[in-house]
Design a binder for this molecule. Structure first.
Ligand code: GRF
Length: 219
C-alpha cells in the first residue's frame, strides 16, 4: 500500500482572506506601499519580495532592511540590490524595549508604512507594536497555531504530522500569535528531514509573503 500522502501541490496555497485592515486604497493610482524588512537570516523571503518588486509583480518598495545578526547573509543580498541594510545588534542592548525603540526609529526615519518580519528571530515588545499597530506581519514555518516559537519544522516532524506549511499573520505581543492572513499547506513525507521539509515550506513562503503584501497594499 502506498502510504505517501496525496500530492497537495495543486490544492495549495490554501488561502484565507485577510480581514479589513483599513479603508481600501483607491485603485489605479495608489503609490507603492513602503516596506521595512526585519530579517536575521539568509534572506530568501527578502529576495522573493525584492524580485517580485523588480519584476513589477508587487506594487511596493523596500525602504530598508534591518538585521540584528552581524553575519546574516540578508545584508549582502540587500547591498547587492542597492537596498539600505542597517545592523542593529541586539547584543549591544540590555533591554528589549530600547532595542525595539532603535528599530522603530530607523523604520520611521525611512517612512516605512508596513513592517515585514521574515525570519526576525527576536521577540517584539509593545514599544514596536505601538509604533506600527496592525502594520506588522510575520511569516512562520508552520500552520499556526500549531508549533509556534523556534524550531517549528522540527516540532512538526517530532509530532509526525502529515501536513505542514507556513503562515503569514499580523504581529501581536505573544510570539507567533495574531490574526492569520494567509496560509499554505505542504505534504510531509516519511523520509523528510528538517532541511527537506523546510525547503518545501520555504517555496510556499516565498509565494504567500508576496501575496500577503499584495493584499495589505490593496486595503
Ligand atoms: C523562514 O522559514 C521563516 O518562516 C522563519 O525564518 C525563516 C527565514 O528564512 N521565521 P529566510 O531568511 O527568509 O530564508
Amino acid at each position: 500500500m502506498n502510504n505517501r500522502p496525496a500530492d497537495l501541490s495543486s490544492a495549495i496555497p490554501a488561502l484565507v482572506s485577510p480581514p479589513a485592515l483599513s479603508a481600501p486604497r483607491p485603485s489605479g493610482e495608489s503609490p507603492p506601499i513602503k516596506l521595512g524588512i526585519l530579517a536575521s537570516g539568509t534572506g530568501s523571503n527578502f529576495v522573493a519580495i525584492a524580485d517580485a518588486i523588480a519584476h513589477q509583480q508587487l506594487a511596493a518598495q523596500i525602504q530598508l532592511v534591518i538585521y540584528n545578526n552581524p553575519d546574516a547573509p540578508v545584508a549582502k543580498r540587500a547591498h547587492e540590490r542597492g537596498i539600505a541594510a542597517h545592523l542593529v545588534n541586539h547584543r549591544n542592548f540590555s533591554q528589549r524595549e530600547v532595542f525595539d525603540q532603535q528599530v522603530a526609529d530607523l523604520l520611521q526615519a525611512a517612512e516605512v508604512e508596513w513592517v515585514i518580519m521574515v525570519g526576525w528571530m527576536r521577540r517584539v515588545t509593545q514599544v514596536l507594536i505601538d509604533v506600527f499597530p496592525d502594520r506588522m506581519i510575520n511569516i512562520h514555518p508552520s500552520l499556526l497555531p500549531s508549533f509556534p516559537g523556534i524550531r517549528a519544522v522540527e516540532q512538526a516532524l517530532a509530532h509526525t504530522v502529515k501536513i505542514s506549511g507556513c503562515t503569514v499573520h499580523l504581529v501581536r505581543l505573544e510570539v507567533d500569535s495574531g490574526p492569520i492572513l494567509i496560509q499554505a499547506a505542504v505534504p510531509v513525507y516519511p523520509e523528510d528531514t528538517a532541511a527537506s521539509l523546510h525547503a518545501r515550506i520555504q517555496a510556499q513562503e516565498h509565494q504567500i509573503i508576496v501575496q500577503a503584501i499584495t493584499e495589505i497594499g490593496q486595503n
